[in-house]
Design a binder for this molecule. Structure first.
Ligand code: HXC
Length: 258
C-alpha cells in the first residue's frame, strides 16, 4: 500500500532543505536497504516532491554504511509475475523517479546491487566510498536487470563492463567503478555523503533553470542522435540567453571590483 499523503516515510529519512539541498536516505539497514515496494513508492514520492519544490535545487540520495541498497526485495519480488509487474505501483515508481528534472547525486557506501545499482545509475552523479561495490546479480536468480540497468550501465560504463556485470552477476569494487565511469569520484570509506553533499551544494548555488536545462541536455546525449541533441542544446542555450539571471550574473562579472 502506498503511504498516505503526509505520512512520514517508513523506509526513508528525508532532511530539511539546507542551502537548496535535500538529502534522502534509504534507511532499512536490517534488510541491507532491500527495495521493497513501499521503499520504491516512498522514494518516488520524495523525489517527486523535491522536484516540485522551488527551494530544492539538488537531491543527495544516500543509503547505509553496509549497503546503499541490496536490490529489489526478493521476498516480495518472488510473488510478481510479468503481468503483475506491468501493473505494479513499483514499476510506476521507477518511471516517476526518472521523470524528475532535479539534479541528483548518489552517495554510495557498501553494496549497490541489482535495483540498488540501477538507482545509482538513475542519479546524475555518483560518488563512491572506497568500500563500495556495484553489481547486477539478477542473473544468478534466473532474472536480469529490469530498471534500466542494461541500458544505463552500457551507456555509463561501456559494453564490456556492462556485459561482465550483467552476465556474471559478480560485483566490482569502487576503484573499478571509478575506472569504468560509473562513478565520478572515489573517496575514503565513510566520506561519500560529505563529498556528495559538497557537490550538491555547489550545484544548488547555480541558477535553478540553468542547471535543470543543462542536465536535460546532457541526458539527451544518451537518447538522441548527435545533431538532434545539439539542436536541443542550442534551443535551451537560447532560452537561457533571455533570462534575467544570465544578464544579472554576466553584468556582475563585468562590473566586479578590480
Ligand atoms: C530481500 C534481503 C536482500 C534482498 C539482503 N536481504 N538483501 N532481503 N531482498 N535483495 C536481507 C537478508 O535476507 C537478511 O535478512 C538481511 O538482509 C541481511 O542480509 P545477509 O545476507 O544476512 O547479509 P550479508 O551476509 O552481509 O550479505 C548481504 C548481501 C546478501 C550480499 C546483500 O544478502 C545478498 O546477496 N542479497 C541478495 C542480493 C541480490 O540478489 N540483489 C538483487 C535482487 S533482484 P534476515 O531476515 O535473514 O536478517 C533485483 C531486481 C531489480 O534487484 C529489478 C528492478 C525492477
Amino acid at each position: 500500500m502506498p503511504p498516505s499523503a503526509g505520512a512520514a516515510p517508513a523506509d526513508l529519512r528525508i532532511s530539511a532543505v539546507d542551502d537548496g539541498v535535500v538529502t534522502i536516505t534509504i534507511a532499512r539497514p536490517e534488510a541491507r536497504n532491500a527495495l521493497r515496494h513501499q521503499t520504491m513508492i516512498e522514494l518516488a514520492d520524495a523525489i517527486t516532491a523535491a522536484d516540485r519544490d522551488e527551494a530544492v535545487r539538488c537531491i543527495v540520495l544516500a543509503g547505509g554504511e553496509k549497503a546503499f541498497a541490496a536490490g529489489a526485495d526478493i521476498a516480495e519480488m518472488i510473488a510478481l509475475d510479468g503481468p503483475a509487474l506491468e501493473q505494479h505501483p513499483r514499476t510506476e515508481a521507477w518511471r516517476r523517479i526518472w521523470a524528475s528534472g532535479c539534479p541528483m547525486v548518489a552517495a554510495v557506501e557498501g553494496l549497490a546491487l541489482g535495483g540498488g545499482c540501477e538507482l545509482v545509475l538513475s542519479c546524475d552523479i555518483a560518488i563512491a566510498g572506497s568500500g563500495a561495490r556495484f553489481g547486477q546479480p539478477e542473473i544468478t536468480l534466473g532474472w536480469m536487470p529490469g530498471a534500466g540497468g542494461t541500458q544505463r550501465l552500457a551507456r555509463s560504463a561501456g559494453k564490456s563492463v556492462a556485459m561482465q556485470l550483467v552476465l556474471t552477476g559478480d560485483p566490482i569494487d569502487a576503484a573499478a567503478a571509478l575506472r569504468s565511469g560509473m562513478v565520478s569520484e572515489m573517496v575514503a570509506a565513510g566520506d561519500a555523503l560529505a563529498r556528495a553533499t559538497a557537490i550538491a551544494r555547489r550545484i544548488a548555488s547555480q541558477p535553478r533553470a540553468a542547471t535543470r536545462l543543462a542536465r536535460h541536455a546532457v541526458l539527451l546525449a544518451f537518447e538522441t542522435p548527435l545533431a538532434d541533441g545539439v539542436q536541443a542544446e542550442q534551443a535551451s542555450f537560447r532560452a537561457l540567453a533571455s533570462s534575467d539571471e544570465r544578464h544579472r550574473r554576466m553584468r556582475a562579472f563585468l562590473e566586479r571590483p578590480r
